[in-house]
Write a protein that binds this ligand. Sequence first.
Ligand code: ITT
Length: 194
Amino acid sequence: MTLLVVATGNPGKLREMQEYLTGLDWELTLKPDELEIEETGETFSENACLKASQVAIATGEWAIADDSGLEVDALDGAPGVYSARYGKTDKERIERLLFELGNELNRQAQFVCAIALARPDGSIAAQAEGKCQGEIIHAPRGSGGFGYDPIFYVPAGQKTFAEMTAQMKRSLSHRGMAIKAIIPQLKKVRNNEL
Ligand code: ITT
């Protein structure tokens, strides 16, 4: 089996990506801890490509990376690509977002996830994007997931991401959609078609 480095340092993301990518004829392996990639891109897709390419070059293996974040309509799309840098911990990030949104009536938001697959030489073999529409609630609910999950309510599932089972989050989430879109390409690579 060919090795595929899952290029993330975020344990919540890693758990989901490993779960979504098993059974695909790739041997998943972790990114070395000391390898940190600076996210200098202005879009999710640019940052996903940057992380996948640099990790592929550094390890000499295929690499897959996810760049994701939460876009809140009333905050002009913030925190967006800065979602991870909005605070030091998940708790701080949630508190800051709720504070900035205050009593705003428009609570519409979307999670976005860009995924990129890089060849061992760093060139990009495939890319995909997924989105999930929801609303920011006033106080956290649920204990599953990670990041902003407890304040992101998805009308399609009538739960916050943190109240969903892993399987339900996968079927509705931005990351679930992005992985679903990139799976045919991962299969093509295994059949030497990409
Ligand atoms: P890597 O770059 O190492 O993958 P990161 O946490 O820095 O890890 P990003 O730059 O892509 O990753 O930031 C994404 C942030 O968006 C993440 O830290 C969470 O705060 C948030 N996020 C992304 N997907 C999420 C999800 O499914 N549920 C909750 N929060 C999520």
